[in-house]
Design a protein around this ligand. Structure first.
Ligand code: ATP
Ligand code: MG
Length: 347
């Protein structure tokens, strides 16, 4: 057993280092003890909380009635609420303080900040909702066309061919969706081991231009590559960097009408290498720009779906770039075109 004085200082050390705010109130609901977290939460400097009536330090009806309840019944209660002026969600636990004879002489209230957990839960449920919706759309369409075929459309060879080709497109989209989700989750969970090595951004971009060559010629697009004389090396995982350029260039091609043009610029600025892809496509409305890198976000869902898009491309780009310590940016004007850019620390 620790001597009383030592016990007290240990107690104080524990209380003042706790992330949770702790308040002890007497029977008249006056504060008799408050740790540092409680002072911060109620925005009161050193010690001033002590002696104040609890009802003067908060206007939150929910906790006021909880404290009153516990003071009159001696029960233990929990709740979750936002404590103004903070914007954080707190889980609050109020219980009775009783002496050895079981007589109540106050209450103790503990405030635990659960904002991160709640935000995470909300994000997860939004994500699940989005995924289910994205998976259901092509499935519903496949099911519809299969039923129409079975109902007799298969006897008509033109119709049969047309419906089968729609089914083919939809299954391709389902496959891509699953692949994109897997690669996003692998990058996010850091499950995919990065193999960084010196990579020339320009060489990577040239490879990608070759890969997407057929789509570029199909739409008769003109692509200009403008670059400095010195090569632009960065430390990166080459496959992942290629994936960034494929996604960005694929968008530029997809959202630019036939005979349009795309300019790829690579430049060194201070200690960074910056690559931008400027197209003369449909552009992105100003209000959509802040959301463009979110998973599944598409300006025109129907249009993107028709083109086989999943809306995951840019979120994959952002994740890869940021996991390399780089930055992504976008500028756009509706009807004129868009510029997407990435910037990395130069080697
Ligand atoms: N270069 C661009 N020009 C105009 N809009 C663009 C451009 N790039 C992206 N967008 C808009 O941003 C949305 C999200 O892009 P993202 O690459 O994440 O998805 P997607 O291209 O629709 O699908 P996926 O990349 O899976 O094929 C697109 O649907 C489109 O509305
Ligand atoms: Mg895309």
């Amino acid at each position: 057993m620790l001597p009383a004085i030592h016990e007290n200082s240990v107690m104080n050390a524990i209380l003042s280092n706790m992330a949770e705010a702790v308040l002890v109130l007497n029977q008249d609901a006056n504060v008799v003890l408050a740790n540092r977290a409680a002072e911060n939460l109620f925005l009161i400097r050193d010690g001033v909380l002590i002696g104040q009536s609890f009802f003067n330090i908060t206007e939150n009806e929910k906790i006021i009635s909880m404290v009153n309840d516990v003071l009159s019944t001696g029960k233990e209660v929990f709740t979750e609420t936002i404590l103004l002026p903070s914007t954080q969600t707190h889980r609050i636990h109020v219980s009775a303080l009783k002496d050895e004879q079981g007589k109540m002489n106050g209450v103790v209230a503990v405030f635990h900040d659960v904002t991160d957990a709640r935000n995470f839960e909300q994000m997860r449920s939004e994500f699940l909702g989005n995924v289910s919706h994205e998976l259901r759309t092509p499935l519903t369409s496949i099911k519809g066309f299969v039923e129409t075929l079975l109902d007799g459309a298969m006897e008509n060879s033109t119709q049969c061919r047309r419906f089968l080709s729609i089914i083919d497109t939809e299954t391709y989209r389902l496959g891509r969706l699953i692949e994109d989700m897997l690669s996003l989750s692998a990058i996010e969970s850091k499950e995919r081991v990065m193999r960084p090595k010196p990579v020339c951004m320009l060489t990577s971009m040239r490879n990608v231009l070759n890969i997407l060559g057929p789509q570029i010629s199909e739409k008769s697009l003109r692509v200009d590559l403008i670059y400095p004389n010195d090569h632009s090396y960065i430390q990166a995982d080459e496959d992942l960097l290629n994936q960034v350029f494929i996604n960005l260039l694929d968008n530029a091609i997809k959202f630019t009408p036939e005979n349009g043009s795309i300019v790829v610029r690579c430049k060194k600025q201070d200690s960074r290498v910056i690559l931008t892809i400027t197209d003369t496509g449909v552009g992105i409305p100003r209000e959509s720009l802040p959301r463009i890198f979110e998973r599944f976000y598409r300006v025109d869902k129907a249009r993107s779906r028709r083109q086989g898009g999943t809306g995951l491309g840019l979120s994959i780009v952002k994740h890869i770039v940021e996991s390399h310590g780089g930055e992504v940016f976008v500028e756009s004007e509706v009807g004129k075109g868009s510029t997407f850019g990435v910037s990395f620390i130069a080697l």
